[in-house]
Design a binder for this molecule. Sequence first.
Ligand SMILES: [Zn+2]
Length: 584
Amino acid sequence: MEDNRADVQTIKERVDIVSVISRYLSLTKSGANYKGHCPFHKDDTPSFTVSSEKGLWHCFGCGEGGDVFAFLMKIERISFPEAAERLAAEAGVSLKRRGDGERERLRTLSAEVVAYFSENLTNTAAGEKAREYLLHRGYGEETWERFGLGYALPEWDDLKKSFSKRYGLKTLTDLGLLVQGKENTLYDRFRDRVLFPIFDLSGRPIAFGGRAFQGEPKYLNSPKTVLFDKGRHLYGLSWAREALTAKHSAILVEGYTDVLSLHLAGITHVVGSMGTALTQGQANLLSRFVSEVVIAYDRDAAGGTASLRGMRILRNSGLDVRVARLPEGDDPDSLVRRDGPERTLEILEAAVPFHLFYIESLKERYNLSTLAGKEGALAEARPFYQGISSLPLKEEIVGLLAELLDLPLEGVREDLGRRQQRWRPTEEPREMEHSWGKEEVILSLLLRGEADFREVAALASPEDFSQHYRPIVEALATVNDPFNLSLLMQRLDEESARQASYLALAPVRFNDTGKALQDALIKLVKLPAIDRELVRLREETKRCDKEGNLDRVDELQRTYSALVAERTALVAQKHPRRGRDDKG
Ligand SMILES: [Zn+2]
């Protein structure tokens, strides 16, 4: 990764992505790109696209994608260093590891930052609310110490000031502690948050997860760094390691507090996935320790497409997957605190096999009382069914589906075995249509090199973007002079790389890129700013009205009307042929 970034770049320049991928599937030229049948899902379309020029691949059926390293890692189920070694040999590059000294320095900084956040938690006045919050959740001081908990002060530059003299801004940025905002300013990533350090397998701190008291995002993780990659780590693995090996089974939870509360209750074969989008890297890691995984996400999260995709990755990695049915509205944290360890273990042990959970989940995603709903559920289940090799299991699925859809057994069996006639994306169908939002438009233009990042950065900061796109925005800020797509991909974790390859390769065309960018920026930055100001003006008007300050009320109302007019004009400019309604 960062260690040998120059080597990685050389490899990418010398190795042709099309010839590497061609060893695994046959590709045919289609316009500027190459197309083939995806090796990662049952694909009759073909939906797998490769761009030699961009050095990217993406499957528009299952959503996988990335650069040549990501492809090799995924298809061979190997780690990044292994993939790098193979490609290096092919490219005639000898890999140099950047000195271990650099990593050591980052590790030392990381440990110091843990101590610093912990000091904020225990010994500052501002830390009071974090202390109260943790105590209220049943985490006493012993727990803070045991898990290294801390608190980031509300200031924008507290950490920056405390550490930059000794470590320099670059090291702080390399560890993901600082974020680059507008006009190249650097500020603290974590502010006013309770912090959960993330440890590597040997128990050394390498990254942080921060929980906000209010506002969004509720959880914020360190970005990908030399030490940390969310897609290749699991929260709490160093604490769970022994128990995992002893039990051959892991309980997989979503959040930091789920891990903590279960550990405190004596249930220790538990690790956190830090979000529901499990990756191949995490599956590989788990399969080193266990043969079975019990997913314990809250109900809504478990049935989501990202989560289902993750479960399939686990299953395809040879792990037995079961899904726990948590009571409505519960996560493992709330469950164990209310009902205690015994009842919690009972529920976890009653987890159902993945295929049962999957079929049940169809009920939640399709209206099965309609024809269209039944057709949709069958179409979605088809690749799932075809991906299974066990005949008894296949028959069980046929039976369950026939019952669920109230259809004859024979018909269901025949339908599930049919080849997919037309392209029916099986996951995230909405992404496939070009109903893109403002963020997708902006990022797509930037990733295609059709817009200049500096133009965007002059108006928008990373925090204007939603949480799941921020890693891409932050990475863009570091590769914009000149723009280097290949280097950008190196800085993204598995999930963000998938999004980036989609945005860069999706077959969309903008009639007027300049206008598309301007419209999207108006929606992303200007309109929300005006709306916030309007709310503020309304509140002040109310207050002045109460106080009888009528001159001020007059003035405020004039400002308000002017701002409303400005908003209307901006919206009209975006939709020249539409009426006054901008909701559409
Ligand atoms: Zn695919």
